[in-house]
Design a protein around this ligand. Structure first.
Ligand SMILES: *Cc1c(COP(=O)(O)O)cnc(C)c1O
Length: 476
């Protein structure tokens, strides 16, 4: 494709995207396809002849659009908001168009330095001190793996330089809670700690936040048994019910015992743009690493996960290799982000953060977040005022955790009957395509998470959802 052909096709594609965004609220929120439906639209072998761009766009409409669950739909209340602001989409397109290769500072000085600048902007905007240095990862899960590796190496006095984990004299242990995201358990497995060395620390029964005394007891008991505590992972906004662990008290425990403290704020980091929410991660300055996803509620299109550390020297010591073909005269004066994570090649992701902040503006982003907090509060109050509904967890940010208690005759349900009632009414809503919600379990029982925060979700949509929820429990 020549630049001139790209110009024509590109304009048509931008029109297509704008039309898609304008009209997606007319489509069912969840894809209404069965497994294989999308694949079967495609020939089994790659096309032999080229396709004209307008024909390709038609195929995009026919083959792909029916298989989309519309994350940007104002009636999407599932999982978490995965906002993709159009301003950030432009930055992503610019990044793809430039086609740079970030393997070293030299390979694209702008890529490195704009990343430094935008990470620092977001550091300031979330109220972190200048002791922190950030980089952009693809996802919070990857950042979690990297931090597990760093904690492993620090606790084992850099076992990678000797016989590795296989030669360490005592097993290394990790601590988190049942509320933590599945990426924590995955990182613990991948970094070689093993499930048997992952401790689930007790939580307080209402807010589900880690009990610091129980943490201290678990760590000390492991030390007495000859084990080597390496890492504590706290959640600032857990996935199920948005629980916040008390970082300040936990840091007192980890500092005294020399254990790496990671803060997983993947979802709720966005809230730290609002000064009134920052008490929720009080003590964060005492952690060793903190990660959050601008690609969630904040609205920078996937993939964009920020990870900050204070001790970059340890980070680089764990992750650097420095082969001859990547050495340059700038070494020592510049940041080599390949030494801050796993991949060598790096996309120019900072462009989408820059575009997003510049075009949408920080104040507009902050007021959108406040709008969502307000809408969630309205729904939580409405639900708890209704005798047949309950909130299963206190509202901390924008995810309202609900359960309908009665069957259609108004009799309260419990146990398995309540579980199947819950899964029934949420399935009816999701099948209808009118809204999308994702159920989850707490203490082994199903409830429904209403995650408010899609860029286009206004109060009227939350009100429409509440009407839909009430109707759906009647249809049982
Ligand atoms: C979404 C989420 C993750 C995982 O984020 P990815 O970027 O998809 O890997 C981890 N932890 C929490 C608390 C999350 O909400």
């Amino acid at each position: 494709m020549t630049p001139d052909e790209f110009r024509d096709a590109g304009h048509a594609l931008i029109d297509w995207i704008a039309d898609y965004r304008e009209h997606l609220n007319e489509m069912p929120v969840r894809a209404q396809v069965s497994p294989g439906d999308v694949r079967n639209q495609f020939p089994a072998t790659a096309p032999q002849d080229t396709v004209a761009f307008d024909a390709l766009l038609q195929q995009l409409d026919q083959r792909v659009v029916p298989g989309l669950t519309h994350m940007q739909h104002p009636m999407h209340f599932g999982w978490f908001p995965s906002n993709a602001s159009l301003a950030s989409v432009l930055g992503d397109i610019a990044s793809s168009g430039i086609g740079s290769l970030g393997i070293s500072w030299e390979s694209c000085p702008a890529l490195t330095e704009v990343e430094e600048v935008t990470c620092d902007w977001l550091r300031q905007l979330t109220g972190l001190s200048d002791a922190w240095h950030g980089s952009i990862h693809d996802t919070a899960s990857s950042a979690m793996v990297v931090m597990a590796l760093v904690a492993r190496e620090r606790a084992s006095d850099f076992c990678k330089l000797r016989g590795g984990l296989q030669a360490t004299p005592s097993a290394l242990t990790v601590y988190t809670t049942e509320q933590a995201h599945s990426s924590v358990a995955k990182a613990v497995q991948l970094a070689g700690f093993g499930d048997a060395n992952l401790r689930m620390v007790d939580c307080d029964p209402v807010h589900r936040s880690m009990d610091p005394a129980a943490l201290a007891e678990a760590i000390d008991s492991d030390i007495r048994n000859g084990l080597q505590p390496a890492l504590v992972v706290t959640s600032s906004g857990s996935t199920g019910i948005t629980a916040f662990d008390p970082i300040d008290d936990i840091a007192t425990v980890t500092e005294a015992r020399g254990v790496w403290l990671h803060v997983d704020a993947a979802m709720a980091g966005s809230a730290m743009l609002l000064s009134e929410c920052r008490h929720l991660w009080h003590g964060v300055e005492r952690a060793d690493s903190v990660a959050w996803n601008p690609h969630k509620w904040f609205g920078t299109v996937l993939d964009c996960a920020l990870c900050y550390v204070r001790d970059t020297e340890t980070l680089v010591r764990v992750l650097s290799t420095n082969p001859s073909y990547l050495q340059s005269g700038a070494d020592g004066q510049v940041t080599q982000y390949r030494d801050w994570g796993i991949p060598l090649g790096r996309r120019f992701r900072a462009l989408k953060l820059w575009f997003h902040l510049s075009l949408d503006g920080i104040e507009a982003i902050q007021s959108r977040l406040r709008r969502d907090l307000d809408n969630a509060r309205w729904l939580a109050e409405t639900v708890s005022a209704h005798p047949d509904w309950e909130l299963v967890a206190p509202l901390t940010l924008q995810t309202v955790c609900v359960r309908h208690l009665g069957d259609h005759a108004g009799a309260p349900l419990s146990g398995d009957a309540l579980d199947s009632h819950t899964l029934d009414w949420v399935r009816r809503i999701n099948d209808s395509g009118q809204a999308f919600l994702s159920p989850a379990t707490l203490d082994g029982r199903w409830f429904v998470r209403v995650s408010v925060g899609v860029e286009r979700t206004e109060r009227e949509h939350v009100e429409a959802l509440w009407t839909l929820m009430q109707a759906s429990v009647q249809d049982a």
